[in-house]
Design a protein around this ligand. Structure first.
Ligand code: PMP
Length: 547
């Protein structure tokens, strides 16, 4: 990898703090003080939400954000049927799984009937991490081996055992000595060959193969669903080495891929030994679990005791049962397929004449779009971040993923339908229009160089130098078209009557400006303005914030 993986893709780095309303800045400071440094927020300018409904989230001012990112509320935020089922059960009984309750058994039977791995049992946990942890214990017991194979930028969870299987957590989170990574299944690569090499390496080190563990959509590796079928030979290799195939369906399960309820079912001939699932299972309530072949589970069941206090409790099972009902009754899997295709085709259409969008991949409502430099064709995490933040500024939520952080991750709740897809595409088109200008024109601002008329701009058109003085009016209209290039404007009082301004561009460059030009620029571009409280008696712009 020529570029190291960012610690967190689309993480808030503080750079956009000054552009946020004072109450948001205060909440961020309190959060950091209370929760500490390991937590991360999304976006250059983090968002606060107070309510969700369907495919929308609402900020404290009641502004609706279109959710094209969240797969946990997969049947829709605050779905009334889930809310009703949970409320009813909570008011009736909630207990652990050492008593007989009908709900957990009925749900397990329903869940098992959806899988295609032969006679199996279901076991419940609270999180996807716990599900992978449990699957690993079962695999080790069943095989007597220790080695585990995962992809180069896999993520499988937060427990100590799951973090050791999660290279995407970064270089500071060590992988287990029993873990081998294989290159992700990118187009044209020989994925099975990588797995064969890892198997051989584990064998030589005397570790043996307990399991191959993979997210069926390779989400953190950059969303790599195709060509369906490439996983079946991998399962054969792993089994021939004595190991198990564990399909991590935390991302790809519950109808996400549209064509099937489970991501592994997209791959003809693939029948995992253990399937782990989570996230969308309870539409936000903490329920996760595994489905494992009976033959694989037999030894573990004989020799181990399993009890997970909250795992599969009646309230979470009520949520999970309602989720299955809603997926069926509202045709959400079919919607995922149909809307996913529509969105993928439309984004491919946009990519056709926008050089910064390269490959568009996806299955159902899980899309990955490669973002690259128009000049070099190299992956560009910076441009991806600019698109993600540009969408956020237009109240549409997405994120980015992949080892180089350059893959747009579009993964809305499943009721996301045609009108929302059109809304999404409108926002994306606008973001790209504005972004493409600074990208292809490489804006360099020299504001406040002379008097009003003489304010100048130098442009390089796709690498070609065009040093040409322009009037402020012309500059303003150009910048208006490239508005999202401007991140924020800061005005500082140097002395009485003497002000000094700087314009921060998205790439991080800071440009000196005359205060009036800077404020005008902010007005044209919509960038937030920061001034020190003593500065302006009368803010010249209603959006000027005091700090
Ligand atoms: N596996 C995959 C593929 C995941 O994406 C995640 C969560 N992002 C997990 C496991 C862990 O799930 P949880 O956060 O519920 O522990």
């Amino acid at each position: 990898m020529s570029q190291s993986a960012p610690l967190m893709v689309n993480g808030f780095d503080g750079s956009g703090l000054s552009g946020l309303p004072p109450q948001t800045q205060e909440l961020i400071a309190r959060r950091e003080a209370a929760l500490g440094g390991a937590y991360r927020l999304f976006y250059e300018r983090p968002v606060e939400f107070v309510r969700g409904s369907g495919v929308y989230l609402y900020d404290p001012d009641g502004v609706a954000y279109l959710d094209a990112y969240n797969n946990v509320p997969s049947v829709g935020h605050s779905h009334p049927r889930v809310t009703e089922a949970v409320s009813r059960q909570l008011a009736t009984l909630n207990t652990h799984t050492r008593y007989l309750t009908d709900g957990v058994v009925g749900y397990a039977e329903r869940l098992l009937a959806t899988h295609t791995i032969g006679p199996a049992h279901a076991m419940f946990t609270c999180t996807g991490s716990e599900a992978n942890d449990l699957a690993l214990r079962i695999a080790r017991t069943s095989t007597g081996a220790a080695g585990v194979i995962v992809t180069e930028n896999a993520y499988h969870g937060v427990t100590a055992a799951a973090a050791e299987l999660s290279p995407s957590l970064g270089a500071n989170v060590p992988l287990g000595v029993h873990v081998r990574t294989v290159p992700a299944p990118t187009a044209g690569s020989d994925f099975a060959a990588g797995v064969a090499a890892a198997i051989e390496d584990l064998r030589r080190h005397g570790l043996g193969v307990a399991a191959f563990l993979a997210d069926s959509l390779f989400s953190s590796d950059g969303v790599l669903p195709d060509p369906a079928g490439f996983l079946a030979p991998v399962a054969d290799l792993v089994r021939a080495a004595g190991g198990l195939y564990i399909a991590d369906e935390v991302q790809s399960g519950f109808g996400r891929t549209g064509s099937h309820l489970w991501g592994y079912q997209r791959h003809p001939g693939l029948s995992p030994d253990i399937v782990t699932m989570g996230k969308p299972m309870g539409n936000g309530l903490p329920i996760a679990g595994i489905v494992a072949r009976q033959s694989v589970l037999a030894e573990f069941g004989r020799t181990s005791r399993y009890f997970n206090t909250f795992g599969g409790n009646p309230v979470c099972v009520a949520a999970a049962t309602a989720v299955l009902d809603v997926i069926t009754d509202e045709g959400l899997q079919a919607n995922s397929l149909e809307t996913g295709r529509y969105l993928k085709d439309a984004i491919s259409g946009l990519a056709a004449d926008r050089p910064i969008l390269a490959d568009v991949r996806g299955a159902g409502l899980y899309l990955g779009v490669d973002v690259v430099s128009a000049d070099t064709g190299e992956p560009s995490a910076e441009l991806a971040a600019a698109i993600v933040n540009g969408m956020r500024d237009r109240h549409v939520l997405i994120s980015a993923t992949g080892p180089r952080g350059h893959v747009l991750k579009v993964r809305p709740p499943l009721p996301f339908a045609r009108p929302q897809a059109d809304h999404f595409l409108e926002a994306l088109t606008d973001v790209l229009a504005r972004l493409l200008l600074p990208i292809t024109l490489e804006v360099r601002l020299f504001i406040g160089v002379g008097d009003a008329e003489a304010t100048a701009l130098a442009f390089g058109l796709q690498g070609q130098e065009f040093p040409r003085p322009m009037t402020y009016q012309f500059m303003a209209s150009l910048v208006a078209a490239a508005g999202s290039a401007v991140r924020s404007v800061r005005v500082t009082r140097v002395a009485d009557e003497i002000f000094y301004a700087q314009v921060t561009l998205r790439g991080g460059a800071v440009v000196d400006a005359r205060p009036s030009d800077a404020i005008n620029l902010a007005a044209v571009t919509g960038a937030p303005v920061l001034v020190a409280s003593a500065l302006l008696d009368r803010p010249t712009d209603p959006r000027v914030m005091r700090s």
